[in-house]
Design a protein around this ligand. Structure first.
Ligand code: ADP
Ligand code: MG
Length: 498
């Protein structure tokens, strides 16, 4: 029997068979990648393993012993540590309090407890070489990458035998991915069982030595990574040949300027930004993480007011005091943390889609049901969202499909300028293909799209033009033959483009 052995696991959610008689084995000292499209069942398998969820049938064995646990804490005590993509930290507590939430730190008053927690946090940070985060800091003051870092050390500090990373790297900056790579190497040497879920093939190749592919709730094969090519893995995931990963780039750029900025300035974030975007154009923003890309999109979406500078829409100066005003003028943003900013997770898919337009289809306090139905059908069709039932809560959808709902919701308001912040983060190849096709279609319809991505390959293949940001300024504007990954990278690291 393997060190970790999952036998005949099945789990259904209503009509959705999330796992169908799944067998899975992992060994100590191996870093085992789990691959599969969004909705393939990877997270469900992990949640069953960590007792975050019950299962209908099947058994799990760790070191030959049957695992009988019914609560995440029991699973943790039995040696299973899971780091999820969706963050579980409590924003208004300190980093230290979050690290030791629910743990006994001696029978102490709250003041000394705080002190002990901070001391211990410092020890943990030293052990795991975490730099740039203070134990006293409130979690809400951290960046997404820093929050994810805390999630990781929180689980690693419990010293479990199995460690699962469920898309825990998609929010990490490049530096922190390096940091994690070092840690995973250490865990491998300590003969831990490591399971690694990610959509980034580069990371998988570097971190892992074995891969298991999931499709439609089934295990479709396990292989040593050095024996499979990416193409084969993609085919295992999709179960069909994909014609082309990226849609064809057709130039649909029009003459009129959709959006223009003059000398946008915000201390430490934006340094004299002058850009011009046309209707029908897909413009990418590249650069290393944290070079003002977020600030730029927030400023353009009305969420942040710049200290100096002007924004023009269709040639006219505009003042957008908040996102609602921006939306009314045709500018919409898909934000970074979709779970907290883009959707109301407990509400149904239908309600989420209708939120921005409910006033348009309501008269005398009554909702026009026919109109509502038309709008919903259109939204679901155009994005090929897989929805069992549109009345199901949004949090029953997989991450990629949630992100499509965010897009569909924005499309309801017919924006002219669409701002996208790394919206393919943690999204599988099949869903990415749908999203890119949609982006090009929106451009062909005359919309202007500004698209920040940390993935250079994506920028090169999807955008007409890419602006590279560095220290709050646009350092390069690449198009045509100059639009290559190499040139984006060069400009990102301050090495001028020839
Ligand atoms: P992955 O992690 O591979 O993207 P998931 O395990 O999250 O996939 O999802 C597998 C399937 O189970 C999807 O169709 C998803 O919509 C469904 N599902 C997952 N969790 C729930 C839930 N709590 N309620 C209903 N359906 C769910
Ligand atoms: Mg998942």
């Amino acid at each position: 029997m393997a060190d970790l052995e999952i036998k005949g696991l099945s789990k259904a959610f209503g009509g959705v068979k999330a796992l169908q008689n799944v067998n899975f084995q992992a060994a100590k000292g191996e870093v085992h990648a789990l691959l599969g499209e969004n909705g393939a069942g990877k997270s469900t398998l992990i949640k069953c393993l960590g007792a975050c969820q019950s299962y209908d049938s099947g058994e799990i064995y760790l070191n030959g012993k049957k695992l009988v646990v019914s609560h995440p804490r029991q699973a943790m005590e039995a040696g299973i540590g899971i780091i999820f993509q969706e963050l579980s930290l409590i924003p208004n507590l300190s980093v230290a309090d979050n690290l030791f939430l629910g743990m006994k730190l001696g029978n102490k008053t709250s003041v000394t407890r705080k002190k002990i927690a901070c001391q211990k946090a410092r020890q943990i940070f030293e052990e795991f070489q975490v730099e740039g985060i203070e134990p006293e800091q409130k979690v809400e003051s951290l960046s997404l990458s820093e929050k994810q870092t805390i999630e990781i050390v929180k689980v690693l500090s419990r010293n479990t035998e199995v460690i699962v990373f469920d898309e825990a790297t998609s929010a990490l900056t490049a530096n922190r991915v390096e940091w994690l790579f070092g840690l995973v190497e250490r865990l491998r040497e300590q003969k831990k069982i490591i399971i690694f879920i990610s959509h980034r093939m580069g990371e998988i190749r570097r971190f892992c030595n074995v891969v298991t592919v999931f499709r439609n709730g089934q295990n479709v094969g396990t292989k040593p990574l050095e024996e499979v090519e990416n193409d084969e893995l993609v085919q295992m995931m999709l179960g069909r040949k994909i014609a082309g990963y990226y849609p064809e780039k057709v130039n649909t750029c029009r003459e009129e300027i959709a959006l223009e900025t003059k000398d946008l300035f915000f201390e430490h974030y934006l340094d004299q930004i002058n850009i011009k975007l046309k209707f029908g154009e897909v413009v990418g923003i590249g650069g290393l993480a944290g070079q003002g890309q977020n600030a730029l999109l927030l400023a353009l979406s009305g969420a942040v007011r710049v200290q100096k500078g002007e924004i023009f829409l269709g040639g006219k100066p505009v003042s957008m005091k908040n996102p609602k005003q921006a939306m009314a003028q045709g500018v919409s943003l898909v934000p970074e943390e979709r779970a907290t900013e883009g959707l109301v997770l407990e509400l149904s898919i239908a309600d989420n889609l209708l939120l921005p337009v409910v006033s348009h289809i309501t008269r005398w306090g009554l909702i026009n049901r026919k109109k509502e139905q038309e709008l919903l059908e259109h939204a679901v069709d155009s994005l090929s969202i897989k929805v069992g039932d549109i009345e199901n809560p949004v949090n029953s959808l997989s991450g990629g499909n949630q992100q499509k709902v965010v897009l569909a919701k924005l499309m309801m308001t017919h924006p002219k300028v669409l701002l996208l912040y790394d919206f393919t983060r943690g999204v599988d190849v099949g869903t990415k293909n749908t999203m890119f096709t949609l982006l090009r279609k929106l451009a062909a319809d005359g919309n202007c799209i500004l698209f920040y991505s940390t993935d250079m390959e994506e920028l090169v293949n999807v955008c007409d033009r890419v602006l590279v940001m560095d220290q709050g300024a646009v350092k390069a504007d690449l198009s045509g033959e100059l639009l290559t990954e190499e040139n984006i990278l060069k400009a990102s690291i301050g090495d001028g483009v020839a």
